[in-house]
Design a protein around this ligand. Structure first.
Ligand code: ATP
Length: 241
């Protein structure tokens, strides 16, 4: 049986007169890596903000079901305690804390000391760069390393769903490759992920399924490999064709 971790139905978001999201449907099943791609201003970040309860509810219409229940009226703090984790654009690591302290902050809703220590070891194995630098202040890390730290910190909360907003933003091509390798690795550990990305090619290569967003609407969706082969997707989003 397929279990929906997230089900978005007819989601609409308006900022005053500007309709940023115009009625979208989207499903993320347990264990899936789903990507939401599309051009600048398509409404991707707004969609994530609606899901994580960071927009005033008067701006949002439609239904958002998480683990089978409505989260329309929940705020971001309540959602963290329900294991919905978001790594926003710009990462948001605690720059004056060490890597280790940042990871401990990620586990602040937990009190299982042994489990926390085991998780730190587990994610250090996935992010060896962080392990080497565990006593270093997060503010001194490179952009890519901060992205890895932000992901590892989110994973410390045992998320049922991990939302990633443009993790490749502003990184060098080599670091982008590295971040995608890590995303694939995290997904292979069984973590359910919704990935918003402008790098459509790498995102579709990593994902199980994809959604294309354009001017507030979902214009295409399907198996990620099929989308990579689709001439329309290639011409519009992959710089091919
Ligand atoms: P990008 O990849 O550039 O981040 P995006 O697909 O994430 O793009 P959004 O950031 O969701 O797009 O923006 C969708 C639309 O909503 C844009 O037209 C944007 O200008 C508008 N918008 C976003 N935030 C606000 C806001 N706080 N007030 C008014 N308009 C906004």
């Amino acid at each position: 049986m397929v279990e929906n971790v997230l089900k978005v139905q007819q989601l609409k978001v308006a900022y005053g007169g500007i309709k940023a999201v115009k009625g979208i449907d989207l499903v993320v099943n347990k264990g899936e890596l789903i990507t939401l791609i599309g051009a600048n201003g398509a409404g991707k970040t707004t969609t994530l903000k609606a899901i994580t309860g960071t927009l005033p509810s008067c701006k949002v219409e439609g239904e958002i079901l998480y683990m089978g229940g409505s989260i329309r009226s929940k705020n971001s703090f309540e959602l963290v305690t329900e294991h919905l984790a978001m790594v926003p654009e710009g990462r948001g690591v605690f720059t004056r804390m060490t890597i280790h302290e940042n990871l401990m902050m990620g586990a602040y809703t937990r009190n299982d000391k042994g489990g926390i220590a085991a998780d730190i070891d587990k994610w250090y194995a996935v992010f060896p760069r962080l392990k080497e630098r565990s006593a270093q202040l997060a503010g001194t890390l490179s952009g890519g390393e901060q992205q890895m730290l932000a992901m590892a910190r989110a994973l410390m909360s045992h998320p049922n769903l991990l939302l990633l907003d443009e993790p490749s933003m502003g990184l060098s091509p080599i670091m982008v490759e590295k971040i995608f390798e890590v995303i694939r690795n995290v997904s292979a550990q069984g973590v359910t992920i919704l990935l918003v990305e402008q790098n459509a090619k790498l995102a579709l290569q990593a994902a199980h399924r994809g959604y294309v967003m354009d001017s507030g609407l979902i214009t295409m969706s399907g198996n990620a490999k099929d989308m990579l082969d689709d001439p329309k997707v290639q011409a519009a989003y992959l710089g091919e064709g």
